[in-house]
Design a protein around this ligand. Structure first.
Ligand SMILES: [Zn+2]
Length: 349
C-alpha cells in the first residue's frame, strides 16, 4: 500500500450526543471521526504486468454507524458513476454523518486509462466476472482480491455503481439479488427502494458460494452484507441527468441507513422486472440496432441485425417476449457471444 494523501478535514466536535467512532483505516490511510481522507490501494506488479492502483476516499462521520462502500469504475468505460463520485466526494459533510462512506473512484484503472469496454487490456478479463479474485492471479483477479479484502470486507453495505458500457445505450435500473441469506436479501431490497430507481431487475441467478461469487456486489452478499448494483447512463457520455440519479440514490441510501437525518424517500412505485434476459449475438460482424433504450417491444419485435463485413445480413435478433429494452448495443462491432441488448419484463410469460 503506497501513497497516503491525507486530504484531511478535521471537524471539531460540537455537542454530539451519539457515540463517537474509532478511526477507520484502509490501505494505510486512516480517517479519524469527522475527517475526509484519500489514498490509493496498490495492486503490485506480477508476472510481467504493471500492476494497478485503486484511488479511494474515506468520509468518516463523527458518530458511529454503517460503513457504506460506493464503488465506481468496475468497468472502466462507465464514466457516469466515476464522475458522480468525483463530485460527491466534497459534498458529504462528515460533521453530520453517522458511520462511514468509502468511495472507490476507479476500480478498474487499466480499463479506464486504456479506454476499453468489458475487458481489461492487461488480461482480457471482465473484472465483474472474476470475484472474489486471486492474490496470485492475473491483474483483474488481483484487483478483485484487493477490493474484496480491503473494501468489501470492511463495509457493512456495498453499492456497485455501473452504467451502460462505452458501447451500451441504457435506461436506468438497478438489480435486486434474491439469492442467499433471506435477511441479506430483504436488506438488499430495501436498499434498491431507497436508491430510488423505478425499474428493479429481480435477479435470482447469482451464485451463493463466497469462493465463487463472480460479481462485486454478490461478493458482499455472499459475505452477509447487503448490496446493490445500479445502472445509470451509458455510451461513454457524462450527463448531468444520470449523475443526478446517483446523487439522489446515495442521499436516499444515507437516509435509509440512518447515516443522515434527511434525504429523499424510497421509490413510491417500483417496477419489478421479474424476468430479464441478455440477448446475445451468435455471429461476429457489424450490429445495427432497430430499437432504442427504454422502448417497449412485443414478442418477435426486431431488436437489431448483424451483417458480415461485406454487408450481408447474417443474423436477426428478435424479442423473445413482450418487455422493455433496458439497454441496446449502440456501436457496430459485435463478436459472437456478446450482448446485443437486455430485455426486462414485469412478469414471466
Ligand atoms: Zn458495468
Amino acid at each position: 500500500m503506497r501513497v497516503v494523501v491525507a486530504a484531511g478535514l478535521l471537524v471539531a466536535l460540537a455537542g454530539c450526543s451519539t457515540a463517537a467512532q474509532a478511526p477507520f483505516a484502509i490501505g494505510g490511510v486512516t480517517a479519524v471521526p469527522g475527517q475526509v481522507a484519500g489514498g490509493t490501494l496498490d495492486v503490485p506488479a506480477r508476472g510481467g504486468d504493471a500492476g494497478s492502483s485503486i484511488p479511494f476516499t474515506i468520509i468518516r462521520g463523527r458518530a458511529d454507524g454503517p460503513v457504506l462502500a460506493l464503488v465506481a469504475g468496475t468497468h472502466g468505460a462507465e464514466y457516469v458513476p466515476i464522475i458522480a463520485l468525483q463530485r460527491l466526494r466534497s459534498t458529504i459533510d462528515p460533521a453530520t454523518l453517522r458511520g462511514t462512506i468509502v468511495m472507490v473512484h476507479v476500480a478498474n484503472m487499466p480499463s479506464f486509462l486504456g479506454r476499453t469496454v468489458y475487458y481489461s487490456p492487461a488480461d482480457n478479463k471482465n473484472l465483474n466476472r472474476v470475484f472474489p479474485g486471486k492474490a496470485d492471479g492475473t491483474l483483474s483477479e488481483r484487483i478483485a482480491e484487493v477490493l474484496t479484502r480491503e473494501v468489501i470486507a470492511r463495509a457493512t453495505h456495498v453499492v456497485d455503481l455501473h452504467c451502460g458500457d462505452g458501447n451500451e445505450s441504457l435506461r436506468p435500473y438497478s438489480y435486486w439479488i434474491t439469492t442467499g441469506d433471506p435477511k441479506v436479501v430483504e436488506a438488499g431490497k430495501a436498499m434498491a427502494l431507497a436508491f430510488g430507481l423505478e425499474r428493479i431487475v429481480v435477479d435470482g441467478s447469482r451464485p451463493t458460494d463466497p469462493a465463487a461469487s463472480v460479481y462485486l456486489s454478490n461478493t458482499a452478499i455472499t459475505r452477509g452484507k447487503p448490496a446493490l448494483t445500479t445502472e445509470t447512463g451509458g455510451v461513454a457520455v457524462v450527463d448531468d441527468e444520470s449523475i443526478a440519479l446517483i446523487d439522489r440514490g446515495v442521499a436516499g441510501l444515507m437516509r435509509h441507513l440512518g447515516m443522515k437525518a434527511d434525504g429523499p424517500a424510497p421509490v413510491a412505485n417500483p417496477i419489478w422486472l421479474d424476468r430479464s434476459d441478455v440477448l446475445r449475438a451468435t455471429q461476429t460482424g457489424l450490429f445495427y440496432p432497430a430499437v432504442k433504450k427504454g422502448q417497449t417491444v412485443t414478442k418477435d419485435t426486431l431488436i437489431g441485425h448483424i451483417t458480415d463485413f461485406h454487408a450481408k445480413t447474417i443474423e436477426q435478433i428478435k424479442a423473445p417476449y413482450d418487455g422493455e429494452v433496458l439497454y441496446v448495443i449502440a456501436t457496430p462491432p459485435i463478436t459472437k457471444g456478446e450482448p446485443v441488448a437486455m430485455l426486462g419484463a414485469k412478469k414471466a410469460p
